[in-house]
Write a protein that binds this ligand. Structure first.
Ligand code: TRP
Length: 459
């Protein structure tokens, strides 16, 4: 095997395959699975959307995740530097390193509003713990949520706490403590989700929810729904912004990239589907609107906790775990920018964390205001497709539906067309048949699929 560039520099490695899987799963499983997946599924009519989403995960997401991890491990440095090293070795244009720069920008923008939603989850820890959910009607639960959105001060407080927690871990170096935290919290979150699914089965509306999620009705699927499904496949797997590249750079050489990527994707998808099975029976049992939007889980899950035995306890635990899931994802969103500032600007870890974190916090304030004081302000409203979209909506749309697929497309082209086949074969060491399937998907199917969905939506 050739010397890889990483052997020239000593870097810490994940302690095992499990450690990488845990960290990558910690990044992947987050608000995207539990908050976003159910509400966009509701907005896009259920079954057909879910099917497209699953296809995007399998045929675009998994191959691109493998490519990202591979690039990171091959380069062995921060994403920008890794790509630069690979272009030098494989004789390609060094401008490819901008690929990672797009990722850094996207991560920054996502974290700015992600932290606000993480703040919602934090505020619900208190709401559940003080018994405020017990025995409430759907209207009363709805009023709690509306009250939260209407209070910029409360939102700002929790946004600040969330961002501070993320910065705390990033300042210490990401791998410190992350493995252990994820290995306990992820299984716990899984068990609590199962508990809510168990409760949802008693509502009498479980069958209807299963049908809603898994019986495709293609008349409900729109072209923009396909774009949302594709964008969400990237969002939920933490792809398209060099995060998996950064994590892959710590992956020991003897570990199978294909198996680990598949494991992470399956777990991530499993959590999302469980969240759907937990939420939609409650939606139907209470006559709520599946397309209620970003507030969906905050208007449904509290109802379940308000009605089940020991609900305040389970509700508190659930929101604590949701905060942790969001936290481990938030950490992975800040990390690329911090690494970049360290490398490029020569700042130390603490300074770069403070700079990046505070800037991101400040941008987040615009999202907070767009939930209340600026809720009628649609900066790009003059363009038909952005009509009525607030700053928060625009940030979400621009990152998830534009920047991430674009980043993913570039990863696919870079790995599939720029890196040499020998390099790829060496890193993946798969059977020739499996390799060729992956290689073709990456070179042809994934880029074409992303491009087609893009073109259809923009014209
Ligand atoms: N995947 C996370 C979620 O589902 C969000 C996230 C973390 C992310 N890191 C990312 C999204 C990097 C895109 C890229 O909540």
């Amino acid at each position: 095997m050739n010397e890889s560039p990483s052997t020239s520099v000593k870097r810490g490695m994940w302690s095992s395959r499990l450690a990488f899987i845990l960290a990558a799963t910690g990044s992947a499983v987050g608000l995207g699975n539990i908050w976003k997946f159910p509400y966009i599924t509701g907005e896009n009519g259920g079954g057909a959307f879910v099917l497209v989403y699953l296809l995007c995960i399998a045929a675009v997401g998994v191959p691109i995740m493998m490519a990202e991890v591979l690039i990171g491990r091959r380069g062995g440095h921060s994403p920008v530097r890794s790509i630069q090293l690979i272009t030098e070795r494989d004789g390609a244009n060094p401008a490819w390193r901008w690929l990672a720069a797009v990722g850094v920008l996207a991560a920054f923008l996502i974290l700015s509003f992600y932290s606000v939603i993480g703040g919602w989850a934090m505020s619900y820890v208190g709401t559940a713990a003080t018994g405020q959910l017990a025995g409430q009607t759907a209207d009363e639960i709805g009023a709690i949520f509306t009250g939260l959105l209407g209070s910029p001060a409360t939102l700002l407080l929790w946004h600040t706490v969330f961002m501070a927690l993320v910065m705390l871990v990033v300042a210490k170096g990401v791998r410190f403590g992350l493995e252990r935290a994820v290995s306990i919290l992820m299984p716990a979150l899984f068990v609590l989700l199962l508990l809510v699914v168990g409760y949802a089965m008693t509502t009498g509306f479980f069958g209807q929810a299963v049908a809603f999620l898994f019986q495709p009705d293609f008349s409900k699927l729109t072209t923009s729904g396909v774009l949302v499904a594709l964008g969400h496949a990237f969002f939920t797997l933490s792809l398209g912004m060099a995060v998996m590249m950064a994590y892959g750079s710590y992956l020991p050489k003897n570990i199978s990239i294909a198996k680990t990527s598949l494991t992470v994707s399956v777990m991530d998808t499993g959590v999302a589907l469980l969240a759907g099975l937990a939420i939609f029976p409650i939606v139907f049992a209470n006559g709520l609107e599946p397309g209620a939007g970003p507030g969906l889980i905050f208007q449904t899950l509290p109802l379940a906790f308000g009605q089940m035995p020991l609900g305040s306890l389970f509700g508190t635990l659930f929101f604590v775990l949701l905060v942790f899931a969001a936290w481990t994802s938030g950490i992975s969103l800040l990390e690329p920018l911090v690494e970049w500032l360290e490398e490029r600007k020569g700042m130390n870890r603490l300074m770069s964390t403070l700079t990046a974190g505070i800037a991101c916090w400040a941008v987040g304030i615009a999202s907070i205001l767009s939930l209340n004081l600026w809720s009628d302000f649609a900066p790009l409203g003059m363009f038909g497709m952005f009509e009525g979209k607030t700053i928060f909506d625009l940030l979400d749309f621009f990152t998830a539906n534009i920047l991430l697929p674009l980043g993913g497309l570039m990863v696919a082209v870079f790995a599939g067309w720029v890196m040499t086949r020998e390099t790829l074969e060496q890193e993946l060491s798969m059977s020739p048949a499996a390799f060729s399937l992956w290689y073709r998907t990456l070179r042809y199917f994934a880029p074409v699929a992303v491009a087609v969905v893009f073109v259809y939506n923009l014209v």
